[in-house]
Design a binder for this molecule. Structure first.
Ligand code: SAH
Length: 364
């Protein structure tokens, strides 16, 4: 009987690599490292889908790459357009799993909200993605590839039926499916790729990473790269936070807020605290007062998000009167506060509505 042949190692996806790593990779093939820069530009600036397209590389190198490496890409399995111009991408991964990205025109901005995991392990009680559990991490290629996909869509259909909304992407937010800091290494690699000036060149100040508050990873991120940080606080004290966010047992508010105080903020930046308003749970004026007190001395703003309903949880969205009263009380106490306008609700693209397991038969 012949020996079973050893499994062949999968070819590395060159879109997983930062430019520095690509320079090292080509050096292992005996090539000068500037070839790594060239390949990086082809992958991220020009959206090349094959090594053949990289016409300024020597043909022998193109041939070698074609047998030793791969170019990963994600595809749009479906794009839904909301009445408000928001576009939701059902992003198909190579193993046929899906995640979602959301492209949101707002004033002068065009914000792309991207996913970092298939599902999520954190199980926040009010979040639809939290009901899925964690299926897997996205690779750097899959995270940053969502941006390429949105660029392609904007080239093909610049305004998506909304002529006044024709503009390039100005901001990136890691607020889609998953907990970015639970997939720290791949998220950081994707940030290095997306901010590289030889690629898409997004300035770090235009990028926001949102987290439930994984304290060690928050500090690491702050030292690694100057992107903005948003923290999903959602409560003024441990009792309320612990009842809706299991992570609060591991990293209670004192540890979380201490990490926020130590987070290295640049000259202009401040931390954003997200606060989902759940009627009767965390939306009382006494909560606003306790919150203002907890945030004293922090360079921050609070972004209130009236809860977006979904089938997976039985909370109630507060009335706009209650939302405004909460906002006013925080403002009165000196906390800079905004209310996040709900976008794309008609296509289930709003915050916390991204989930795939409870997608009905008509939606798949
Ligand atoms: N895991 C990260 C990234 C998700 S960002 C984080 O938790 O920060 C999405 C934001 O929407 C988070 O602040 C999240 O708590 C909030 N959210 C989740 N479900 C929501 C819902 N149903 N309505 C409104 N906001 C929700």
């Amino acid at each position: 009987m012949s020996e079973p042949s050893p499994p062949t190692a999968p070819r590395p996806d060159l879109r997983d690599l930062t430019r520095e790593e690509l320079r090292t990779f080509v050096a292992t093939l005996g090539e000068p490292s500037f070839r790594g820069d060239q390949i990086f530009r082809w992958l991220w600036k020009r959206g090349a889908r094959s090594f053949d397209a990289m016409t300024d590389l020597p043909p022998a190198l193109r041939a070698k790459l074609a047998t030793t490496a791969a170019i990963g890409s994600v595809e749009a399995a479906r794009i839904d357009v909301s009445g408000d111009g928001t576009r939701k991408f059902l992003v198909r991964l190579s193993d046929l799993r899906d995640v979602e990205s959301v492209l949101i025109p707002e004033g002068d901005r065009m914000t792309l909200c991207i996913s970092s995991q298939v599902g999520c392990a954190l199980a926040c009680q009010f979040c639809a993605t939290g009901t899925m559990g964690l299926l897997r991490n996205l690779t750097p290629s899959e995270i940053a590839g969502q941006v390429l996909l949105a660029h392609e869509e904007l080239l093909a259909r610049p305004h998506g039926g909304h002529p006044d909304r024709d503009r390039p992407i100005t901001n990136l937010v890691y607020m889609g499916m998953g907990e970015p800091l639970h997939n720290y290494d791949n998220v950081l690699a994707s940030l290095r790729i997306l901010t590289d000036e030889q690629g898409l060149g997004y300035p770090p100040r235009r990028i926001t990473v949102s987290t439930v508050g994984l304290v060690p990873q928050m500090s690491a991120l702050g030292e690694a790269i100057a992107v903005n940080l948003a923290v999903s606080l959602h409560a003024p004290n441990d009792d309320v936070r612990g009842s809706i966010m299991p992570i609060n047992r591991k990293w209670p508010m004192a540890a979380l807020l201490a990490a926020c105080r130590e987070f290295p903020l640049g000259t202009r930046r401040r931390i954003t605290f997200e606060y989902v308003l759940l009627a009767g749970v965390n939306d009382q004026l006494a909560h606003a007062e306790e919150l203002a007190h907890a945030l004293e001395g922090l360079r921050c703003k609070v972004n209130l998000i009236p809860w977006n309903e979904h089938a997976g949880a039985a909370f109630t969205r507060p009335t706009m009167v209650a939302v405004r009263a909460f906002e006013q009380r925080l403002m009165l106490l000196g906390v800079d506060t905004t209310v996040r306008t709900t976008r794309g609700r008609d296509i289930d693209a709003a915050c916390g509505q991204l989930a795939l397991s409870n997608r009905g038969a008509t939606r798949a």
